[in-house]
Ligand binder design. Structure first.
Ligand code: ADP
Ligand code: MG
Length: 335
């Protein structure tokens, strides 16, 4: 049914009916504000805004995948503080030509991920807009001290979870496939999934915080070098990254050569980048097994005056210009 027929309140009623009653939710969707039980002494609160045309393109993104991604990018921010997500608010600006089935598909993707991590949808706001606009706010808590971007010291190791560059290469393929509809092989399918359905590294983040192993942490949303730059500035350190150590997936290795992609600056992997004391290497290996995610040591923190240096496989320093995503500078668009 067209939203113009269903109306705002019909749509909200549909959303209310389909939303499961969340744990610890005293008042959920349907009143002027939600009321929930606090799970920790203090809360972690994060928000992200996704705008059609600058963060996603509906020509190659399904609404179900978009629902997943809108929540995943916020959960990733909670993971990067070492936190546990509890509640979520979802606000939408929706073009009038949308069908209620489109919004159903979006909520399905959103709710599947919410259920996986026991996050309760407790409210939102709905408006008509020229383009699809998605605003998500997640409230969580941390069972330990949250891990900030500041806190790394020269001499610490630098690690990253999972693999790098997949999502950016997936996006490149999407753009190219649209132009000449190439047949998709398995590596391409894997990379597209990494672009459309990122995995928030919540278990790894929470365990790093609980065991006090991470001295500084961030999620890689805008590219490794850009996000490493944020840790370096906040912690007043420099960094040396060994290019040969960067974790690359088999799918990336199969297709990156032809596409000329770059695991150092490609965005949207939503992996965790963190620093840790050298003496904790064995503990981090153990944590990687427990959290069921690869954790790779990719470099070390150095004094701030050395800046960020990338060593090529022969050990030679490659001059680096930090290149990643900046919405106002328009270094690249993510669609
Ligand atoms: P208000 O006039 O106070 O903004 P609304 O009529 O917009 O109230 O919202 C009614 C209820 O529906 C509230 O509990 C609100 O949190 C919830 N809600 C509105 N839009 C959404 C949405 N897109 N997703 C989830 N809950 C929503
Ligand atoms: Mg409202």
């Amino acid at each position: 049914m067209k939203l113009s027929r269903l109306g705002e309140f019909g749509l909200i009623e549909n959303i209310r009916c389909r939303t499961p009653a969340g744990r610890d939710v005293r008042i959920g969707i349907g009143d002027d504000a939600a009321s929930v039980k606090n799970r920790g002494d203090s809360s972690l609160i994060t928000a992200d805004l996704l705008i059609e045309g600058s963060h996603f393109d509906l020509r190659w993104t399904s609404l179900r995948d978009l629902g997943h991604k809108a929540l995943a990018v916020n959960l990733s921010d909670i993971a990067a503080m070492g936190g546990i997500p509890d509640y979520v608010i979802l606000s939408l600006g929706i073009p009038a030509h949308f069908d209620s089935e489109d919004i159903d598909a979006f909520y399905r993707g959103f709710e599947e991920l919410a259920a996986e991590y026991s996050v309760a949808l407790v409210g939102g706001d709905t408006n008509a807009a020229e383009k699809l606009i998605i605003s998500v706010c997640v409230i969580g808590h941390s069972s330990a001290k949250p891990v900030e971007r500041r806190g790394a010291k020269a001499g610490d190791d630098i690690y990253v979870t999972g693999t790098l560059g997949d999502a950016a290469l997936g996006l490149k393929l999407l753009r190219r496939v649209r132009r000449n509809s190439t047949r998709k092989g398995q590596p391409a399918v894997t990379l597209l999934a990494r672009h459309h359905r990122p995995t928030p590294r919540l278990a790894a983040g929470a365990q790093l915080a609980k065991k006090k192993l991470a001295t500084a942490m961030i999620d890689v949303s805008d590219g490794l070098l850009q996000d490493l730059g944020h840790i370096c500035r906040a912690s007043a350190i420099g960094a040396i990254i060994e290019a040969a150590r960067l974790p690359l997936s088999p799918a990336y290795r199969a297709l990156a050569g032809k596409e000329g992609c770059d695991a150092l600056s490609g965005g949207e992997d939503y992996e965790l980048l963190f620093c840790a004391r050298r003496q904790n290497r064995t503990q981090i290996e153990k944590l990687s097994i427990r959290a069921q995610v690869a954790i790779t040591r990719i470099g070390a923190c150095v004094p701030a005056d050395r800046g960020i240096v990338v060593l090529d496989p022969s050990g030679k320093a490659v001059p680096m210009r930090i290149q990643g995503h900046d919405h106002f500078k328009k270094a690249r668009s993510s669609v």
